[in-house]
Design a binder for this molecule. Structure first.
Ligand SMILES: NC(=[NH2+])NCCC[C@H](N)C(=O)O
Length: 288
């Protein structure tokens, strides 16, 4: 985003893709607490999207919701504003990045840094839970249900060589095998501890920028340590400290190649003293 670019927040009040649906109440609490208000950025809330009841299977409900989200994201970029998508469960990523891809309109590939405790790279052939928030990254690369892989445009939205995962520590065999087969770079917690967060984030940025027309950041709050930030639906012990991630994310500050950001999986019902809500705000401000 450019230094003076106005930010528009798009809420996605949905837990249809999660096992614990409490994250559907995330956007309203984050909005109420005004966590995205900062000294030099004014994040204006646009709409808050909700799933339509009775639209069929979870896949169909999610696909319809993500289609609306993609339109809003594209429209926001058309207006010259920076989209901050606030979940809701992580399956909204299919909508966010399909919208950015559509906006790019063939100007070049899209890069993505996926900051998450999980890989979210299952399909129905490998998922242990059936939950759609365990599948968005696979769908964006063209694997999974075609309602999701063919959202907005009938092409994969991401090429594996432009994707980097950061913070991974909880995954299953099937999704790990897919990422391995595709050659996607996965940076787990062990490697982060060995090399330092600043260095691995710099690597992730170079993967996401190399040969692309721009890139995005998809931030799942469960990458943080749940002992410190408990407000997420799929906690995985051994995560990042908020302040270290905040510091590292300063590398992205004012980067004109950064096209959009999403912050997902805030579950207010599991939070303590708004710790996780405030972390979401701090991480947003670090980037913008
Ligand atoms: N976005 C998330 N919180 N994903 C958690 C996924 C957990 C597990 N791998 C599953 O597929 O069920």
């Amino acid at each position: 985003m450019k230094a003076t670019q106005p930010v528009k927040v798009i809420g996605v009040a949905s837990g249809v893709g999660a096992q614990d649906r409490g994250c559907e109440d995330g956007p309203s609490i984050l909005r109420e607490l005004e966590v995205f208000r900062g000294a030099d950025v004014t994040a204006v809330w646009g709409g808050v999207l909700r799933p339509k009841a009775g639209a069929g299977s979870a896949v169909s409900v999610d696909a319809e919701l993500c289609t609306r989200l993609a339109k809003q994201v594209r429209h926001t970029l058309d207006e010259g504003r920076f989209p901050l998508v606030v979940g809701g469960d992580h399956s909204c990523a299919i909508g966010t990045w399909s919208g950015v891809h559509r906006w790019l309109d063939g100007r070049g590939p899209l890069g993505l840094i996926w900051i998450d405790a999980h890989m979210d790279s299952h399909t129905f052939a490998t998922t242990p839970s059936g939950a759609l928030h365990g599948m968005p990254l696979a769908a964006l690369m063209g694997y999974g249900e075609h309602e999701l892989t063919e959202l907005v445009e009938h092409v994969p939205k991401l090429k594996p060589e432009h994707v980097c995962l950061l913070g991974v520590r909880s995954f299953e065999e099937g999704e790990a095998a897919l990422l391995h087969r595709l050659g996607v770079r996965v940076i787990g917690m062990q490697e982060i501890r060995a090399r330092g967060l600043a260095e691995v984030l710099a690597e992730a940025m170079s993967i996401a920028r190399n040969g692309t027309a721009g890139f995005g950041v998809s931030l799942d709050l469960d990458v943080l340590d749940p002992a410190e930030e408990p407000g997420v639906g799929s906690p995985a012990p051994g995560g990042l400290h908020c302040h270290e991630l905040e510091q590292a994310l300063h590398q992205l500050h004012g980067d004109p190649a950064l096209l959009a950001m999403e912050i997902v999986e805030y579950n207010p019902h599991r939070d303590r003293d708004h710790l996780t809500a405030r972390a979401a705000g701090a991480l947003f401000r670090a980037v913008l």
